[in-house]
Design a protein around this ligand. Structure first.
Ligand code: IMP
Ligand code: MG
Length: 177
C-alpha cells in the first residue's frame, strides 16, 4: 500500500518560498521585522523562508495548542512555549504551515495585537478554505489546497512524516486504521 502521494513537489515549494521571500524583503525593508514560527509544523517552512529573505530581520518561536471547540475553554489557545521577545511596537510576521479551521491563528493574531505589536502579518504556506470556522486574513499565501490530510515539509500525522521533502496526501487507510 502506498502511504502517501506527492501533491506539491519540493521544487514547486522552493519556487513559491523564493517568491514569498522576495515580496517580504521588498515590503519589510527597513522595518526590522520579527519573524515568528508557530511550532512545530511551521519549522521547515520558516527555515527555508528566512533564507530567501535578504533584509535585516529577527526570529522567534512559539508553540500553541488549540483547545478546539471544548466547551470549557471558550476556544482559547494554550501557550506551550511563549516568545522570548517583547513585541510592543514591532512589525511581526507570523509564519504558519497550514490554516485549517482558522481557530488557532485567529486567537494567536489577537494575542499579538493585544501585546502591542505595531503590525501583525500572516504568512501561510497552505490554506484549506473548505474547513474554515473562523475567518483569518492571510497576507501572503503559498497554495490553496483541497480538504485532504497533508503531510510532509513540517506537517505531521501523529508526529510522523514531518521530514518528507514534498507535501503529500496521506492515504486515508493510515488514519482510518
Ligand atoms: P486550525 O487552523 O486552528 O484548525 O489549526 C491548524 C493546525 O492544524 C495546523 O497548524 C496544523 O498543525 C494542523 N493541521 C491542519 N490540517 C492539517 C493537515 O492536513 N495535515 C497536518 N496538519 C494539519
Ligand atoms: Mg501549525
Amino acid at each position: 500500500m502506498k502511504e502517501c502521494e506527492i501533491y506539491i513537489s519540493a521544487g514547486q515549494i522552493a519556487q513559491k518560498v523564493e517568491e514569498i521571500g522576495k515580496q517580504l524583503s521588498r515590503d519589510f525593508k527597513d522595518r526590522n521585522p520579527l519573524i515568528i514560527s508557530v511550532l512545530k509544523g511551521g519549522f521547515v517552512f520558516m527555515a527555508d523562508l528566512v533564507r530567501s529573505i535578504d533584509i535585516l530581520c529577527e526570529m522567534d518561536f512559539m508553540a500553541v495548542s488549540s483547545y478546539g471547540n471544548n466547551a470549557n475553554s471558550c476556544g482559547k489557545i494554550e501557550i506551550i512555549k511563549d516568545l522570548d521577545t517583547n513585541i510592543a511596537s514591532r512589525n511581526v510576521i507570523v509564519v504558519e504551515d497550514i490554516i485549517d479551521s482558522g481557530n488557532t491563528l485567529a486567537h494567536l493574531l489577537e494575542l499579538l495585537h493585544e501585546r502591542g505589536a505595531k503590525s501583525v502579518t500572516l504568512v501561510a504556506l497552505l490554506d484549506k478554505p473548505a474547513r474554515r470556522q473562523t475567518e483569518v486574513n492571510i497576507d501572503y499565501l503559498g497554495f490553496s489546497v483541497p480538504d485532504e490530510f497533508l503531510v510532509g515539509y513540517g506537517l505531521d500525522y501523529a508526529e510522523k512524516y514531518r521530514n518528507l521533502k514534498d507535501i503529500c496526501i496521506l492515504n486515508p487507510k493510515i488514519y482510518n486504521k
